[in-house]
Design a protein around this ligand. Structure first.
Ligand SMILES: [Fe+2]
Length: 388
């Protein structure tokens, strides 16, 4: 059922089906979206919009309560997220091809995609975060773009950003590397070793990304600069301008961390992928030098010290793989147990939720992460099994 509602009567988690004003005359990127905060309602009222159309069916559906901070349980979100991830991959590949031949980006379609990703993360961040573990070496750039967007919007959720800020960060993070399409593609191939001059050309890609974004309808300067600054380092050692500290901008600093994490945990050329917990360790070690300490801390708050896909040992000597973070206590995630306390493989893999109030479970804790390779374990196999 769709009905007109006065903006003063709106509530968080109502789904706006349309706003009675031209897209260019109201302060939102989209005409239909889920209200995520009181700030959005205030913005509508401040924009002198008196009423909007609310889809109550979608509103009821999206406001079902789940566990912890999540609005819906992981199981309810995961299938929708898988479809969304696939759609995003198709759209991004099309968009990258468009950028290569200089065709303008379909802005409303792109903003809708960013909004859908944000909605999923605000319903239950763990579903898309689990999918952001997907690494396809042949389609590295497509997966990387989506994964960085997922990571950035998960941080946005922690930061309680305004809706337009969420859209800016989401758009910039999704398109941060689109400028690579303007570089001769053979320079980026695995087998090719670029010369010094060619490396200098590759390092200009943030400028090219900014140029492509500048052509989009309704784009903000903040979004353009966020994409342009995604390789700047907090201490000034980055490129293309060698900016430092706050002059990089909040979104540039956030994308830098997400970009680094996704890149380093992926196989790249002859380099093997770094394990997720090792990547977190590196980010924490380099916070205040390469990364902003504030956003590095927020990042770890989202992913946990033992991110999804980490093989861990418990104080009971059981071994398992982290498959879902509990946002209310990132040190106590959900684990798919692979062995019993005597290191014997379990016939049926068992799910252990460390925030379960059961007394016996409360006494269990992670004592250390393990390197899965010497043990012949592929944690991603179990993460995929849990996703179903
Ligand atoms: Fe880049």
């Amino acid at each position: 059922m769709i009905d007109r509602v006065k903006t003063t009567d709106l509530k968080v988690e109502m789904y706006i089906d349309r706003i009675d004003a031209s897209w260019f005359k109201h302060p939102f990127f989209l005409n239909h979206f889920l209200i995520r905060s009181e700030k959005e309602i205030k913005k509508l009222i401040d924009s002198k919009i008196e009423s909007v159309y609310v889809d109550f069916e979608k509103s009821t559906h999206l406001s079902q309560s789940g566990d912890g901070q999540a609005k819906v349980p992981f199981r309810q979100e995961i299938d929708r997220s898988k479809t969304l991830y696939e759609e995003a991959r198709l759209q991004i590949s099309q968009l990258m091809q468009d950028a290569k031949i200089g065709r303008q980006i379909n802005s409303p379609q792109l903003y809708q995609l960013v909004n859908n990703i944000a909605d999923s993360i605000f319903r239950n961040s763990q579903a898309l975060l689990s999918l952001s573990r997907l690494k396809d070496y042949d389609q590295y750039l497509y997966n990387h773009s989506i994964n960085v967007c997922i990571l950035c919007l998960s941080i946005a959720r922690e930061l309680d950003l305004d809706p337009d800020e969420i859209m800016s960060l989401g758009t910039a993070s999704l398109l941060h590397d689109i400028g690579l399409m303007k570089i001769p593609q053979h320079l980026l191939q695995e087998s090719y070793s670029p010369t010094e001059q060619e490396v200098a050309l590759i390092k200009r890609h943030p400028y090219y990304s900014a140029d492509i974004l500048r052509e989009m309808e309704g784009i903000t300067e903040e979004t353009i600069l966020a994409a342009q600054n995604h390789h700047e380092k907090y201490n000034g050692d980055g490129y293309p301008q060698g900016l430092s500290g706050k002059s990089i901008g909040t979104f540039g600093l956030i994308i830098r961390i997400a970009d680094f994490y996704d890149h380093i945990t992926s196989k790249w050329r002859s380099r093997e992928a770094v394990l997720p917990f090792e990547a977190i360790k590196i980010i924490l070690e380099r916070s205040q030098t390469e990364f902003s300490a504030l956003y590095a801390a927020k990042f770890v708050q989202c992913l946990g010290i033992y991110p999804i896909g980490t093989l861990v040992e418990l104080n009971t000597h059981e071994i398992g793989v982290v498959v879902e973070i509990n946002p209310q206590d990132v040190m106590r995630p959900r684990i798919l147990l692979l062995t019993d306390p005597h290191c014997l493989p379990l016939k049926e893999k068992t799910l252990l939720n460390l925030i379960d109030p059961d007394q016996e479970i409360q006494q269990k804790e992670i004592i250390r992460p393990l390197n899965p390779k010497p043990l012949g374990i592929d944690p991603e196999e179990y993460v995929a099994q849990y996703r179903g």
